[in-house]
Design a protein around this ligand. Structure first.
Ligand code: PLP
Length: 405
């Protein structure tokens, strides 16, 4: 029989959040083990239900959601996102500039597919949400990673970023609040990034899916609101801020000068038309969500469940010898560092697999986020305090054994 091989396009593509360790976790579950899964920011499985008003709206609209919609999305959803853009200070956004997708994930893939020719370079942060790197590679582009500096609260290292710009660089990806580090960038940093984009005529892809998932009274500035003269595409959605990952509802907003980008926008329209439209019932949730009062803000307030879980996880992790962690200001993750002198980890995939086998806790290794060294892991702080405590007890025991070797 002729061997069926996956496409060579996938040779450079990796997405470890649902990687081999998850498969092993499934096998262990089949063997009767209970695995504490701290590997994915899926709020629903930890008892965070979507707001009632959006559930009711989706159900109520089901009878009229049986047809395809406009490829860019239904009117009410796009209108609501347009208003949202205006509220966030992004100027000059019209209905034509809004695209609704099956989550931000689909829109990232469409935006990269429409843009990149073989060899085009895109600057992506390290660490990153790895779909960005994977989408650039799958579209024939070359992801080039600029470092974020752990010693500076994980802010982008602008010197490193500048050094990595070449004539082939087309775009700059900024993930703010950041997954996996939890960093939130202050305005001067966003302005500095925009200056670089302006100088080198780069498109800015601003992934702001966690723009309401903010702790300690932190505020978020929409990057596109700071520059009318840089072409930006801002991404957002219902998955995190509205606890509706499974609805698959996201959007992208085009802003800044578009005249020179007409051909690319034609490309975006072609790829969005090819997939006909986003899931229509879920689109009905968008207007209600954005106009409602049930976003994640209550949960991230100082006495909210998410803030308490973050604090617990951060305190427990940083009390372990040889473990340090910048306290996240946004998003749903901790990205602790293991001091190599205490934990000489050669292969972080093997490290998290050993933790899984021994303690039945599933994490994702730092290199899965394109971090260049095997000295970090990502920990999701979504479980309630009892389950989080149990997970941390197990992690602590594993690390104590590791140190005793
Ligand atoms: N961008 C970031 C930074 C994320 O963390 C995620 C999901 O975890 C996504 C995009 C994808 O979101 P969606 O569920 O809208 O596809």
């Amino acid at each position: 029989m002729k061997i069926l091989k996956k496409s060579r396009k996938l040779d450079e593509v990796c997405y470890e959040i649902r990687g081999p360790a998850l498969e092993r976790a499934r096998q262990l579950e089949e063997d009767g083990h209970r695995i504490i899964k701290l590997n994915i920011g899926n709020l629903a499985v930890f008892g965070f239900d979507p707001p009632d008003d959006i559930v009711r709206d989706v159900i109520g609209n089901l009878p009229r959601a049986g047809g395809y919609s406009d490829s860019k999305g239904i009117y009410s959803a796009r209108k609501a996102v347009m208003n949202y853009a205006q509220e966030r200070g992004i100027r000059g956004v019209g209905m034509e500039d809004i695209y609704i997708g099956n989550g931000v994930s689909e829109l990232i893939l469409l935006a990269m597919n429409a843009l990149l020719d073989d060899g085009d370079e895109v600057l992506v942060p390290a660490p990153d949400y790895p779909l960005w790197t994977a989408a650039v590679s799958l579209s024939g582009g070359r992801p080039v990673h600029y470092l974020c500096d752990e010693s500076a609260d994980w802010q982008p290292d602008l010197d490193d970023l500048r050094a990595k710009i070449t004539p082939a660089t087309k775009a700059l990806v900024v993930i703010n609040p950041n997954n996996p580090t939890g960093a939130v960038y202050p305005e001067p940093m966003l302005k500095a990034l925009l200056r670089i984009a302006r100088e080198h005529q780069l498109i800015v892809f601003a992934d702001e899916i966690y723009d309401k998932t903010l702790f300690d009274g932190e505020s978020h500035t929409a990057m596109a609101s700071l520059a009318d003269d840089v072409f930006c595409i801002s991404f957002g959605g219902l998955s995190k801020n509205y606890r509706a990952c499974g609805y698959r509802a996201g959007w992208m907003i085009l802003s800044g000068p578009r005249a020179h980008a007409k051909d690319y926008i034609d490309g975006l329209n072609i790829v969005t038309s090819m997939r006909l439209c986003a899931n229509v019932p879920a689109q009905y949730a968008i207007q209600t969500a954005l106009g409602g009062t049930q976003s994640i803000e209550r949960l991230v307030a100082a006495d909210g469940r998410l803030a308490r879980q973050r604090d617990l996880a951060w305190q427990r992790l940083t009390a372990i010898p040889g473990v340090s962690c910048v306290k996240p200001k946004g998003a749903l993750y901790l990205f602790p560092k293991f001091d190599p002198a205490v934990y000489p980890i050669a292969d972080d995939q093997a490290f998290i697999t050993e933790l899984l086998e021994r303690e039945k806790v599933l994490l994702v290794q730092g290199t899965g986020f394109n971090w260049p060294k095997p000295d970090h892991v990502r920990v999701v702080f979504l479980p309630n305090t009892d389950e989080m405590t149990e997970a941390l007890d197990r992690i602590e025991r594993f690390l104590a054994d590791y140190r005793a070797r």
